[in-house]
Design a protein around this ligand. Structure first.
Ligand code: BES
Ligand code: MN
Ligand code: ZN
Length: 489
């Protein structure tokens, strides 16, 4: 769907549908030139997500879609995203190919920030219509092809444009997540990075293949990959700002294009979900999708260790010892705890070659975080209060919320090995599975400011918030990071 943004003064043009938002208890503000049958508004309360389509007697739009905003006191950016999605979905379901949103004074004030209102409305409307159709021989895409928003606020119009960019990036991430593992292999993720670099002169991409991984001594990532016929890759994207960089940021994302568990194999039920095990890597690529169209005064690195985790004659075995790039030896007691192995080499690589001010990694790392936090909150392990607060605020602003979880020295001690320096799992009676994963990674970041986000619960399934949800990939992470990068700019 195309989003067209116009000044409020523009006259109401011919459209299949006119969308009119209204708060609970207020009469919907239908423009004079659209004539509705008498009693068309009767009984419409304006409750949150209430929607009603009314055929107009005359005027430039044949149909009016009333959408309730709920109580003004309860209204916020997330509610705006949701009603934006409801409006687009209902307009589309009614068969409209074009729709226009009634001038939006009503939306500018309540959330106090017209720019954020624009972002939320655009994201809601665009993402509400997201469908994954890549492998349907007869794709059923949304019929609603054009949405016009009229607003007199320059900030709101700028927000709509920003929302268009972040929604497109989120949809791109969902496409990568939803792609089956035979169509999105490590090499395909690497090819995506090259394509992203081609969209902007400020973005460069390189890929380290098996030979370079060996040369760098990335024995942990190679250990995970050795059971697969697909060669692994370390993907490295860089965004350089126009002027001087205020800071250097590294984003690292787990890129397991499929995780069978390896020799410590997973049960068959829902193993197919593990095509989503590259969601962290996809979120990092999604940031660069948006960076092609945005300016940040930051140097931003994106690093994605990409591989499959497969059983096989060459596969790594429980008890095997591997050596990571920084020289640390690791006893692999469970081959299904592979994400941390892929990530530890990525973190060591970032430390050595980039030396960033701050590292944020995203990974579908543990089933334990799903038990702890469910699907609405990503688990956050931040090494500084400042980073914890920045990410918390970014999450609240964009509707991808995070929740702090503990990382104790005692958790780090649990990861010390008997045979090697570290082991990749703690003992099964310790519990604290999500903290154990974070604690393992902590051994590879030194004193650099760092946050690990465990997105195993938020990356897919369980959510249902109009603009995001259903069984498929949520695209989580990219919008969160963009909101956070804003706060660092
Ligand atoms: N990719 C999984 C984590 C996962 C599980 C994500 C369920 C989403 C839903 C990860 O590689 C894994 O298998 N983790 C193990 C770690 C354990 C062996 C210490 C887990 O959580 O069971
Ligand atoms: Mn695993
Ligand atoms: Zn995994």
């Amino acid at each position: 769907m195309k989003l067209v943004v116009k000044d409020r003064a523009a006259k109401l043009e011919r459209n299949d549908a006119l969308i009119v938002f209204a708060f609970e208890g207020e009469t919907p503000d239908v423009p004079r030139e659209v004539v509705l049958p008498t009693h068309a508004l009767r009984g419409f309360k304006g409750e949150f997500r209430e929607a009603r389509a009314v055929e107009a007697d005359s005027g430039p739009c044949s149909r009016v879609l009333l959408v309730g905003l709920g109580k003004a006191a309860d209204f916020d950016a997330e509610r705006l995203r949701r009603v934006g999605a409801v409006a687009a979905q209902r307009a589309d379901a009614s068969g409209a190919t074009s729709a226009v949103v009634q001038p939006m004074k009503v939306l500018e004030k309540p959330i106090g920030d017209p720019f954020q209102a624009g972002v939320a409305l655009a994201e809601g409307a665009l993402l509400g219509l997201y469908r994954y159709q890549s492998f349907k021989t007869k794709p059923k895409s949304a019929k609603l092809a054009k949405l016009t928003v009229l607003s007199g606020s320059r900030e709101l119009r700028a927000g709509l444009e920003r929302g268009r960019i972040s929604a497109a990036a989120n949809a791109y991430v969902r496409d990568l997540q939803n792609a089956p593992a035979n169509k999105l292999r490590p090499r395909d993720l690497a090819a995506e990075a090259k394509k992203l670099a081609a969209r902007s002169p400020r973005i460069r991409a390189k890929t380290l293949g098996p030979a370079e991984l060996k040369r760098h001594g990335m024995g942990a990532l190679l250990g995970v990959a050795q059971g697969s016929v697909e060669p692994p890759a370390m993907i490295h994207l860089v965004y350089r700002p126009r002027g001087r960089a205020k800071a250097c940021i590294a984003l690292v994302g787990k890129g397991l294009t499929f995780d069978t568990g390896g020799i410590s194999i997973k049960p068959a039920a829902r193993m197919w979900d593990m095509k989503y095990d590259m969601s962290g890597g996809a979120a990092v690529l999604g940031v660069f999708h948006a960076l092609a169209e945005l300016d940040f005064p930051l140097e931003i690195h994106g690093v994605v260790p990409a591989t499959e985790n497969m059983p096989g004659g060459r596969a790594i075995k429980p008890g095997d010892v591997v050596t990571a790039m920084n020289g640390t030896t690791i006893e692999v007691l469970n081959t299904d705890a592979e994400g941390r192995l892929a990530l530890c080499d990525a973190l060591a690589y970032v430390q050595k070659t980039v030396e960033p001010d701050t590292i944020v990694d995203l990974a579908t790392l543990t089933g334990a975080v799903v038990i702890a936090l469910g699907h609405e909150l990503s688990g956050m392990f931040a090494s500084t209060e400042r980073l914890r607060d920045q990410l918390t605020r970014a999450g609240e602003q964009c509707g991808e919320r995070v929740w702090p979880l503990p990382l104790l020295d005692a958790h780090k001690d649990q990861m010390k090995g008997e045979v090697a320096d570290l082991k990749n799992i703690n003992s099964s009676d310790s519990g604290n599975g999500a903290s154990a994963g974070a604690a393992f990674l902590a051994h590879f970041v030194g004193s650099t400011e760092w946050c690990h986000l465990d997105i195993a619960g938020t990356a897919w399934g369980g959510l249902g918030r109009d603009w995001v949800g259903g069984a498929q990939g949520s695209g989580v992470g990219t919008r969160l990071l963009l909101a956070w990068l804003d706060s660092r700019s």
